[in-house]
Design a protein around this ligand. Structure first.
Ligand code: PMP
Length: 408
């Protein structure tokens, strides 16, 4: 049975107290999730028992480390129902998106072409395209976000046409909490010959992802948001698209043979691992995937839906709050952000912090979205497998404290 109170015990940091002995209530999982003991142990075990560089050297540790690295890569790919040769390990979502610029877009997008993205994107899926478009002389267009905080599908259909080389969009918005219909959009895009890049930073931790069923061409994710370590994530690439890409890092580890004149390269995906990989974090991410798989992603998503629905219902009772994003919990995932009427988000977060509650305040790397709606800043509570309804009750009591302090 999925019980977040039992799951909490797997995460040692959640035992901590902060701010003069207040029990930690961690509601900042969209920024980064906490790590279960199983993930921490896997990293400690790797460094205490197996550490050696991969591929190189015929010795016991090198052999163990290489086997662990490959096994971990298989586990991670399988978690997304993808093939191992569709996974390129990356440091995080940001690196994965930038890699698409260098590995694919450089060769396939040119003057006059269009990159289509959305008004709700995290800067990590916006700035790389803006800079690329300026450099290449192609244009960038944005699909509108509606007043209720959803992707305007009519606007998307209007803008998606021949000449649009890529749709780059988030699966789940880290500010609006809204889920975007990426499977449907991938189908529409492929009809006009457009590839699709999905920023899965906020969906991978909560939704069961089947890369092939999603139908997109690129799927970027960060391990640290899905109870895995920092510094490891990945880019899933449809096998057919791999044929039209090239690595953007060259050097040791990714070659077959090198002469002074020329080089032949390793097969995909090894050709995309230049230099020494972060083996310990890869092993840690595989442990995170195993941990989530053991909980069952169907249970994880159900738990998340209950939390989002509960949080929305409790927060909307507070008249001073304006919740951003759709009010229908079924359209959302992972987080709820809000504005406290007349009190700056940083003040709200500071008062909550004094009660031991960790939330995020600011623009959450979605400045254009905040500017569009003239929000200034928002406060975001975000969840993961260890979040309980009681945590949300503590948040609600913390918000009452804001009322007391500011008298409004
Ligand atoms: N996209 C979205 C939707 C995100 O929420 C985040 C992290 N806040 C990122 C991209 C970037 O993730 P990372 O910092 O791990 O690269």
């Amino acid at each position: 049975m999925f019980d977040p109170n039992i799951i909490k015990k797997d995460f040692p940091i959640l035992n901590r107290t902060v701010r003069n002995g207040k029990p930690l209530v961690y509601l900042d999982s969209a920024a980064t999730s906490q790590k279960p003991q199983a993930v921490i142990d896997s990293i400690v075990e790797y460094y205490t028992q197996h550490n050696a560089n991969v591929h190189r050297g015929i010795h016991a540790l090198g052999d163990e480390s290489t086997r662990m690295f490959y096994a971990a890569r298989n586990t991670i790919a399988k978690f997304f129902s993808a093939d191992t040769n569709e996974l390129i390990l990356m440091r995080n979502t940001t690196e994965a998106i930038n890699a698409v610029v260098y590995m694919w877009a450089e060769d396939h997008v040119s003057v006059g072409d269009v990159i289509l993205t959305t008004e709700m994107e995290h800067h990590s899926n916006l700035v790389p395209w803006q800079v690329f478009a300026k450099r290449k002389g192609c244009s960038i267009e944005y699909v509108r976000v509606t007043e209720s905080g959803e992707l305007d599908m009519a606007d998307l259909k209007k803008k998606l046409r021949k000449g649009v080389k890529l749709v780059a969009m988030s699966h789940v918005s880290n500010t609006l909490g809204v889920m975007n219909p990426v499977a449907e959009i991938s189908k529409l895009a492929h009809v006009v010959g457009t590839l699709v890049l999905v920023d899965g930073a906020q969906s991978a931790p909560h939704l069961p992802i089947d890369f092939h069923k999603l139908g997109c061409d690129f799927f970027a994710f960060s391990g640290h948001k899905m109870v895995g370590p920092m510094g490891i994530g990945g880019l899933l690439v449809r096998a057919e698209v791999f044929k039209h890409m090239h690595p953007f890092l060259y050097g040791g580890g990714m070659i077959n043979e090198v002469s002074l004149d020329t080089t032949t390269f390793a097969d995909v995906p090894d050709a995309y691992i230049a230099g020494t990989p972060d083996v310990a974090s890869t092993v840690g991410l595989a442990a995170a995937c195993n941990y989530l798989s053991k909980l069952g992603m169907e249970q994880v998503v159900k738990h998340d839906a209950e939390l989002v629905s509960y949080a929305l219902n409790q927060l909307k009772k507070i008249s001073q709050l304006h919740i951003v994003g759709p009010m229908d919990a079924r359209k959302r995932c992972g987080s709820v952000a809000f504005i406290y009427d007349g009190v700056h988000a940083h003040d709200v977060a500071q008062i909550l912090d004094s009660e031991g509650i960790a939330v995020r305040s600011g623009h959450h790397c979605t400045m254009p979205l905040h500017a569009k709606f003239k929000w200034g800043a928002t406060t975001r509570a975000s969840f993961n497998v260890y979040t309980t309804k009681e945590d949300i009750d503590v948040l609600i009591r913390g918000i009452q404290k804001v009322k007391e302090v500011f008298g409004k």
